[in-house]
Design a protein around this ligand. Structure first.
Ligand code: FES
Length: 278
């Protein structure tokens, strides 16, 4: 499935001031005038972007939340992979981008533009060469009790702490379909924290068997995504208290306006990514 609002529908296209982003990528002939204004206020990257995402299944959100490909280091700590940092020329100006073509042979182009919405495009951690070790870090007020017991603020998420993922539950919905954690990514010493959510599930392990993208972007049943609702940028949660009323107790639910995302359904989405500011 693709975006609920495909490019040619014209809906929601430029509502959040993304004209510059579209123009930078040369999207559409009508972008010509905006290209000139874009040179006075450059910004980098942005434009029409295809991202792999956990599917939006209900509520007002326009599309799914973008995945963060996972890597597990030799000691069992979980990391989000950042795309390759390159310098390219855009309208006569050298800019840096983070982009990996054909990610791990999956055919998917993975770029930092996946995360450039909701103001995240101006977060320090989205700068291509931001200095980060890319580990997923547990925060001071994690989303699950098990995390408060297992971790202190600043600890890295570790595979061993998910070993009960086939049974785990938090009293919301069905137990045993996957264990969730909340955290941050690429946010060392940053004013704005990039929120992510991680889930380990047998369903992901199974889905990855026949899917080149999931094989490349998940590991041992672990999947992660940028946890910013594509509606108005709240931070949703997997298995949230109160989500039962909306049949979202086994999904990712946004309390702000009841958007629902299915973390077991990974889809391609199309949207206009916002350019990074100067
Ligand atoms: S549903 Fe509106 S911000 Fe999430």
């Amino acid at each position: 499935m693709s975006d609920k609002y495909p490019e040619d529908s014209g809906r929601r296209r430029f509502v959040k001031g993304v004209v510059g982003g579209a123009a930078l990528a040369g999207v559409g002939a009508s972008g010509a005038a905006a290209i000139n204004s874009a040179t006075t206020s450059p910004g980098a990257g942005g434009g029409s972007t295809q991202a792999m995402a956990i599917e939006n299944t209900d509520g007002p959100a326009p599309r799914g939340m973008p995945q963060v490909p996972i890597e597990i280091d030799s000691e069992g700590y979980l990391k989000g992979v950042w795309p390759e940092v390159k310098t390219i020329e855009q309208q006569g100006v050298q800019i840096q981008v983070a982009e990996t073509e054909d990610y791990e042979g999956s055919g998917v182009t993975y770029t930092s533009e996946w995360f450039q919405y909701c103001g995240v495009e101006s977060y320090a951690g989205i700068e291509p060469d931001y200095d980060s070790d890319n580990y997923f870090i547990s925060g001071s007020n994690p989303g699950y009790d098990w995390q408060s017991e297992a971790y202190s603020e600043g600890d890295r998420l570790h595979v061993d702490d998910f070993s009960d993922y086939r049974e785990w539950g938090n009293g919301v919905g069905q137990s045993g379909i996957g264990k969730g954690a909340t955290g941050r990514w690429r946010s060392e010493d940053a004013e704005d924290v990039i929120p992510i959510q991680v889930l380990r599930s047998e369903r992901i392990e199974e889905a990855a068997q026949n899917d080149p993208w999931l094989q490349a972007s998940t590991q041992d049943g672990f999947i992660a995504w940028l946890n910013k609702c594509t509606h108005f940028c709240c931070v949703p949660k997997y298995k949230t208290e109160g989500s039962e009323k909306f049949n979202a107790e086994n999904d990712v639910y946004c309390q702000c306006h009841q958007s629902v995302y299915d973390p077991f359904s990974i889809v391609e989405t199309l949207f206009v990514a916002r350019p990074r500011p100067d």
